[in-house]
Write a protein of this length. Structure first.
Length: 254
C-alpha cells in the first residue's frame, strides 16, 4: 500500500485507533472518509478536521453497510482503500450461557460479519481500480488468548484466517490485502484500557503503524514491535508461557 495519494474509507473511526489513523493518513496526503454510528461525533470530526469527509454507518447492520457504500462511492468514485476498523470487545464468563450468549453474538456480528459485509460491498469497485488495498484489523489476541474475552479472541482469529484466504483469492486482481495486528492499545475498547500501563500509548502505536506502511509498502501484516510477543509465541515454542504471562499481567483485559 502506498502511503499517500489514496482515497480511504475507514468505518468505525470516530474514536480510538480508527480516528488517530485517519488523521495521520490525511496528514500523509490521502483523502479520508470517516465512518461511524453517532452523527454528533461525525459532525464534530468534520468541523475540527477540514478535508475529512464523514458517512454514517453501523457495521452491525447489513442495510446500513449497503447504504453507506453507495453514498461513499457516489461521492468518492476514486476510492481505492478500505480499512475495516470497526470492532467491539466484551468481557465474558462462559460458566453461564445467559451471561455470555448475547455478548458473543454481538461480537461476532460486528467483528466478523461486519468486515465480511464491508468487503462484499466494496470489492467489485476496488477490483476496478489500478491499485487498491483492503486493510483488515485483527489483534495479537488472534494468536494468544486473553481468558476474559473468548468471543473477541475468536473473532480476531477468524479475521486473520479470512485475510490469509482472500489474499490468495484476490492475488489475480489489483487488490492487496493487508492485515493490521494491534496489541493492547490505550483506547476505550474496554473500561480502564485508556489508562492501562499494560496497553501501548495510542500515539506511539499509530506512529509506528504509519512508519511501517511507509517503509514496507508490500507487507502482508503490519505488526508493531510490541505485538510480536503475542504473534509468534507458537512459532518460538513458548506459547504456553506467553499465554500465562498475558493472563497474569492483564487479568481484566486491560
Amino acid at each position: 500500500m502506498n502511503i499517500s495519494g489514496n482515497t480511504i474509507f475507514i468505518p468505525g473511526s470516530t474514536s480510538g485507533i480508527g480516528l488517530a489513523l485517519a488523521l495521520e493518513l490525511q496528514a500523509k496526503g490521502n483523502t479520508v472518509i470517516v465512518g461511524g454510528r453517532r452523527t454528533e461525533l461525525l459532525e464534530r470530526i468534520a468541523a475540527e478536521h477540514p478535508g475529512i469527509d464523514t458517512v454514517r454507518i453501523d457495521t452491525a447492520d447489513a442495510a446500513s453497510i449497503e447504504s453507506a457504500a453507495k453514498e461513499v462511492l457516489a461521492r468518492h468514485p476514486d476510492l481505492n482503500v478500505l480499512v475495516t476498523m470497526a470492532g467491539i470487545m466484551k468481557i465474558e464468563d462462559w460458566h453461564r450461557p445467559e451471561s455470555f450468549l448475547a455478548s458473543a453474538e454481538a461480537v461476532v456480528t460486528t467483528n466478523v460479519l461486519g468486515p465480511i459485509r464491508l468487503i462484499a460491498a466494496f470489492v467489485e469497485h476496488l477490483r476496478a481500480q489500478p491499485d487498491a488495498t483492503i486493510v483488515t484489523v485483527s489483534s495479537g489476541l488472534a494468536f494468544t488468548p486473553l481468558k476474559v474475552t473468548p468471543s473477541y479472541n475468536a473473532s480476531k482469529a477468524a479475521i486473520h484466517m479470512l485475510s490469509e484466504s482472500i489474499r490468495l483469492q484476490l492475488a489475480d486482481t489489483s487488490v492487496k490485502v493487508v492485515e493490521l495486528v494491534p496489541p493492547s492499545v490505550r483506547t476505550a475498547l474496554l473500561p480502564g484500557q485508556e489508562s492501562s500501563e499494560f496497553a501501548m500509548p495510542l500515539e506511539e502505536f499509530v506512529a509506528e503503524v504509519v512508519g511501517l506502511l511507509e517503509t514496507e509498502p508490500d507487507a502482508k501484516e503490519i505488526q508493531v514491535e510490541r505485538v510480536k510477543f503475542l504473534r509468534y509465541g507458537e512459532a518460538r515454542g513458548d506459547y504456553d508461557q506467553v499465554v500465562a504471562t498475558l493472563n497474569a499481567a492483564d487479568p481484566h483485559g486491560n
